[in-house]
Every structure is written in structure tokens, then in C-alpha cells.
Design a protein around this ligand. Structure first.
Ligand code: RUB
Length: 301
């Protein structure tokens, strides 16, 4: 269980973060664990794999890529040769996740014209793939990155794009409305998409969507199909992770009575989203139900 516990800890303390990475790390840990316990009886193997999956899923509650990845791998336990199938399915998940990000890059880049200034928030591999692809296509683009308080994941995005040769400007989160007049398109990632087409992503995303809407700036999210949340189709709500207040600030003892709240994600209503860029193409938020039913219906059955 050591591999599983290690990955669980890394996801929990955000050493491994970002929805796609979390999903692939969980699949990889399950694969390595499966290899390690493959000498066990089939019954024992299945029991231990399920326990491992449950532990991994409990590491962070909001990014649905985590349970979707785990369930994808564990589905192999119901097939003939469960040991081999679990390992194969882990590889399948990782490979298809990486391919999805590449395809999203291609489809999303079609929405970026030469001369565009793009705004992004937090640190999303999928959104970065779109931006890098547009740049690779020779488009002259500029990118505004928000800091993304409290953990400043926007710095990772700014550095990644800068290293790639892209013109990058870092702004504080509260400067988004000030700069929106300079922005041609907003592209963010996704931790989850609900059956009614809402986007769950890093805290602050919904404010950006609202501002973009006010300024008639298109707001798109880049989301692999495993970011669509199967449980929302049966009415369950997505839990929004609330993290340690110390990530925000610490006051001296005299002010310990000041309450600090630190939600990590928020919900952007479907009406503010122009399109969801997936590996199977751009879909309107209203198409979310169809994606869940077609690709993840099995999770609920
Ligand atoms: C990261 C975040 C990202 C999504 C999508 O939050 O909100 O926008 O996870 O990322 P955190 P990707 O840093 O709290 O994990 O496109 O890489 O899956």
C-alpha cells in the first residue's frame, strides 16, 4: 500500500496538482500497486485494489478526474483476467489523457486568431495546450495570467509560457476587470463539468466569466471528457474543497478571532460559457449531459 499512500499524500498536499495530473498519478499508482500485489489470490487482489482506489479518491474531493481515473482502472476488475486488465486499463487511461490534451490543443487553437490576447487563470495543462498550439501555428499571441491566490498557481503558467517563448503578462486576480478590454478570449481549465453544463474550476474563475460576459469576450474551458462528472447526472452536487486558512494568511494572536475562509474552487454557470473544448470537439455547455450519458453512464450503473 506504500505506493498508494505516497500518491495519496502527494495529491493531498498538492505536490501533484491540476486535475489531469491528479487522474494520471492515481492511475499510475494503481498500476504499480497492481504489479506489486499480483501474486495474491484474485479475490484478495480485487479487495486490495478497491481499498487502494477508495483511499486515492479521498485525497481531494472536487476534481472528478480522480474518481473517473480510479473507476476507469478498477472497471478491469470485473473483466476476465482482472489483474492484467487493471494494469492495461491504467496505461489506457494515461495514454488517452495525454492524447486528449494534445487534441484539445489543436481544436482550441482554431479559436485563437493571429494577434489575439488570451487571458487564463490558475494552471491548466489543457488550457496551456491550446495556447502553445496556437503559438506553434505561428500566431502572434499575448497571454495574461492571473496570480491565482492563495497558492499562486498562475506563476507556474506564466513561467511555462514564458519558457516557451510566449509574450506573458502576470496580473493580480483583482485586476481582471481592469484589463478585460485588452483581452480577446478567455481560456481556462476544468476540475469538473456538471450535467447542466456548469464549470467547476479554481476559485475566481466564475468572476472572470462574469466579467468576460459583461465585455462580450468569449469564455471557453478546455476539459477532457473525464472532467465531466457522472454523479451530477443523478442529482449529486460537487463538493467544493475548502482548504487550510493558513494558505490565505496568518494573523498575530490578537486577531485570531478574524475568520478566514479558503474555498479552492467555484462554479461558473453554463450561461457564461461559450464552449467546452474537449478531445472530441468543441461542445456547448448544454451538451454536457450527452457526454456524461455516452461516456460515463457506466459509472452509475
Ligand atoms: C488547478 C485548476 C486547474 C484544473 C485543470 O487547481 O483549477 O484549472 O485542475 O487543470 P489545483 P488541468 O491547483 O488546486 O489542483 O487542465 O491541468 O487538468
Amino acid at each position: 500500500m506504500e505506493i498508494i499512500k505516497e500518491t495519496y499524500e502527494k495529491i493531498k498536499n498538492m505536490e501533484i496538482r491540476g486535475a489531469g495530473r491528479i487522474g494520471r498519478a492515481a492511475a499510475k499508482a494503481l498500476k504499480e500497486y497492481a504489479i506489486k500485489i499480483s501474486h495474491l489470490s484474485e479475490e484478495e487482489f480485487i479487495k486490495k485494489m478497491k481499498e487502494a482506489g477508495n483511499l486515492l479518491i479521498s485525497a481531494r474531493p472536487t476534481a472528478v478526474s480522480l474518481p473517473n481515473a480510479v473507476k476507469y482502472v478498477l472497471k478491469g476488475l470485473n473483466e476476465d483476467n482482472p489483474k492484467e486488465r487493471a494494469i492495461e486499463r491504467a496505461d489506457e487511461f494515461i495514454e488517452s489523457s495525454l492524447k486528449a490534451i494534445e487534441k484539445i490543443g489543436k481544436y482550441g487553437a482554431n479559436r485563437i486568431k493571429d494577434g489575439y490576447t488570451i487571458l487564463t487563470h490558475c494552471n491548466s495543462e489543457a488550457a496551456i495546450s491550446v495556447i502553445k498550439t496556437a503559438y506553434d501555428e505561428g500566431k502572434d499571441i499575448k497571454v495574461f495570467c492571473t496570480e491565482t491566490r492563495p497558492r499562486n498557481q498562475g506563476y507556474i503558467t506564466a513561467k511555462t509560457l514564458y519558457d516557451y517563448g510566449i509574450d506573458v503578462t502576470l496580473i493580480v486576480d483583482s485586476a481582471v476587470r481592469y484589463f478585460m478590454r485588452d483581452i480577446d478570449i478567455v481560456i481556462v481549465g476544468a476540475d469538473a463539468i456538471t450535467a447542466n453544463g456548469c464549470l467547476v474550476n479554481k476559485i475566481g474563475t466564475s468572476q472572470i466569466a462574469l466579467i468576460a460576459n459583461e465585455s462580450r469576450v468569449p469564455f471557453l474551458t478546455a476539459a477532457e471528457t473525464y472532467k465531466f462528472h457522472p454523479k451530477t447526472i443523478v442529482g449529486e452536487l460537487i463538493e467544493i474543497e475548502e482548504r487550510d486558512p493558513e494558505e490565505v494568511t496568518t494573523f498575530e494572536d490578537k486577531y485570531k478571532g478574524i475568520k478566514i475562509r479558503n474555498p479552492a474552487f467555484d462554479v461558473t454557470p453554463a450561461k457564461y460559457i461559450d464552449a467546452i473544448i474537449t478531445e472530441i470537439g468543441l461542445i456547448p455547455p448544454q451538451g454536457a449531459w450527452y457526454i456524461i450519458e455516452k461516456y460515463f453512464g457506466w459509472l452509475e450503473k
